[in-house]
Design a protein around this ligand. Sequence first.
Ligand SMILES: Cc1cc2nc3c(=O)[nH]c(=O)nc-3n(C[C@H](O)[C@H](O)[C@H](O)COP(=O)(O)OP(=O)(O)OC[C@H]3O[C@@H](n4cnc5c(N)ncnc54)[C@H](O)[C@@H]3O)c2cc1C
Length: 270
Amino acid sequence: MLDANIKEQLKAYMDKLQQPIELVAAYDDSKKSQELRALLEELEPMSPKISLRTEEAENVRRPSFAINRVGTEIGVRFAGIPMGHEFTSLVLALLQVGGHPSKASQDVIEQIQSLEGKFEFETYFSLSCQNCPDVVQALNLMSVLNPNIKHTSIDGALFQDEVEQREVMAVPSVYMNGEPWGQGRMTLEEIVAKLDTSSSEKDAEKINQKDTFEVLVIGGGPAGASAAIYAARKGISTGIAAERFGGQVADTMGIENLISVPYTEGPKLV
Ligand SMILES: Cc1cc2nc3c(=O)[nH]c(=O)nc-3n(C[C@H](O)[C@H](O)[C@H](O)COP(=O)(O)OP(=O)(O)OC[C@H]3O[C@@H](n4cnc5c(N)ncnc54)[C@H](O)[C@@H]3O)c2cc1C
């Protein structure tokens, strides 16, 4: 499944595992199950902290596998094989379930840990979807940080019956506790804010504690960022408030004419 170069890189990542993890696989007779078995059998020897066993429970999707932190309730599940755009999600899930810290801010981590209630998330993705990994990775991280949150990422191409029954029209499509909950690209912060009903008040409280700005720019896309940078460069005390920093730029993989690159040499004339 994995070429020699990827295997070597992945092995280096698996050295960062701090706690033992187990891969719990649910196979059936399909070709995809054979591929999943091959992948998991390649992953297991990459670290003495990884073990592999087969799922005993009947009522799980097949092929699927859970990544669990041994001796805890912490874990995430992938239904299908997370290659393509989801390969990074697999690597991050292995690392984070294995105790490697995430890069999320301490504020957001604490907000996730303090979420009350039981949340069972299911995300339908496709391997060619560029907006899916953000959502898959955010919900995986949340389930690592708070055992009340469970997350299964489902490759819609392999579970067509479900896709049709639930009328999933686009990916990523997120269900919570069996009900449609969200669609399209969402950041970790957006997901947390949607779950934490007191989030707006907390944000307002934080902003109230700040001194008044001479200029407050609303919007964090290229226009807002440029306006704020130029105001700040003139020594004006400047604030920037945005629903989502980056604006539309955050929705695309390739960008032409990007004006927010801090410095560039431009094309070389040889
Ligand atoms: C898929 C895609 C590909 C693209 N490719 C290119 C390309 O290759 N080259 C190119 O030149 N352009 C491209 N564009 C267009 C480019 O991204 C936009 O022209 C540019 O982002 C516009 O910048 P903006 O700052 O005016 O607005 P936006 O980027 O839309 O930013 C708006 C900002 O305002 C915030 N905001 C909105 N409402 C509120 C509110 N009520 N309260 C607080 N904040 C709010 C938003 O969160 C965001 O931060 C692309 C766009 C998309 C979607």
